[in-house]
Design a protein around this ligand. Sequence first.
Ligand SMILES: Cc1ncc(COP(=O)(O)O)c(C=O)c1O
Length: 459
Amino acid sequence: MVSPIVHPQEPQGNRLRETLCRLEPKTQRTYTPSLALLARSSGVFHWTPDGRKLYDLTSGVLVANLGHNPVTWRERFLHYLGWSGSSVQDRHGFFEAVPLTSYNAATPVEVEASRRLIACLRECAGSQRLEKVLWAASGSEAVQKALWAALARDRSRDIILATRYGFHGKKGLAGATTGCETDPERDPRVRFISFPREECCDVSRRREPFDPLPYRRELEALREQFGRRLNVLITEPYLGGGGSYHPHPAYLRVVQDFCRENDIILVLDEVQSNFGRTGRMFAFETYGIEPDVVLLGKGLANGVPGAAAVGPAWLFDCLDYGEGSDTYSGNPLVCAAVLATLDCFSDGAVLENCRRVSPLIEAGLLGLKQFPFVRYVRGEDGGMVWGVEFGDFGSRSASQWANEFVLASYRGNAREGVHLLGPLAKKVVRIAPPLVITSEQANEALRIMSEAAQSLLES
Ligand SMILES: Cc1ncc(COP(=O)(O)O)c(C=O)c1O
């Protein structure tokens, strides 16, 4: 058994962590030095079973964009499900509401969620390209279904292009398009293309001129090699799990132009960026592109597990009955949550807050560069997602500093701390608070992190 993580101020949390280690394998979670035990949450806060307050700078994992447990969201969610207190009850102990099934059947709430989602995407895109919703139960499954549809359109066109060091999930074709060509057990159909990293390694380089030509040439070389076999290209708008690299928009436009010229389906994986992360509803607006297929997840249902691929009818109709179906996709629980989430975004206040507080957080994160182990800060201009990259310093490696920073921030002081995820790409700490965070809350969280960094320097 792996020895459980122990925190000095958390006797109850420690007991639960110890039990957890006995009952669940370590692979259930990605490594984090803190392994937070979260008893309750509200807005940007979590509380541990011992009553410690944590500022959540992760939004779960970029899921709770509206914050945890928003009252209006709950009201709307219960309304769409028919779970409000006034539901009709019978004498056998049941109440009338939407059934929790979507298999070989559909519910009005699913139809409404598809309609509203498409309407929202079309309005944001300013075009009618996106026509059908293919629901999925997780982000990886949305990736898988979109790529299956692309491959089904012409079986002789077998090559999938994916941006190197991207993250699309772990299962099936999502796993095959994640990472790079040196990973073991590669799928020979997947070819990786470069994604700018050096040019956008720090926010200080954001306004520098960007030369897209080398990227264009690389794509052309692949066309020379594979010709019509090139079928589909999948990319994230910014590399999320790969270390938070936010490219110059010209990069994504080159990719889009190449796809259009060569009848290649452009799949934009917005599982992480959708619902406001970049300061707009969708990252395709921020980056000025119009993908053929958009993949949605995480913030889509503000924490209820659901995802979707949205794309042209002719493409998704290449898959026959059942080829894209499973037990949970399109479940009314998710569809009600999607509708509630759309309602909460509809007046624009959440996005406005995101854009307003974003510069304050960015300035605070740049302040962390005063510490010799903080190397780069990068993120979305006006959005709510950054990566703080640590470097080797003294006798400790970048990865050690990053992990120690996560731990010290979590431990904070006896009463409060900051909840962060285990580092991305071993040395990049992700900062992604709920979009509803206030300036005051952001300042407090930044102060705790700065004190944590100072304590590391002194240790
Ligand atoms: C861009 C992107 N695509 C796909 C996924 C996979 O989503 P899921 O974990 O729901 O399968 C993730 C998860 O982090 C992601 O960030």
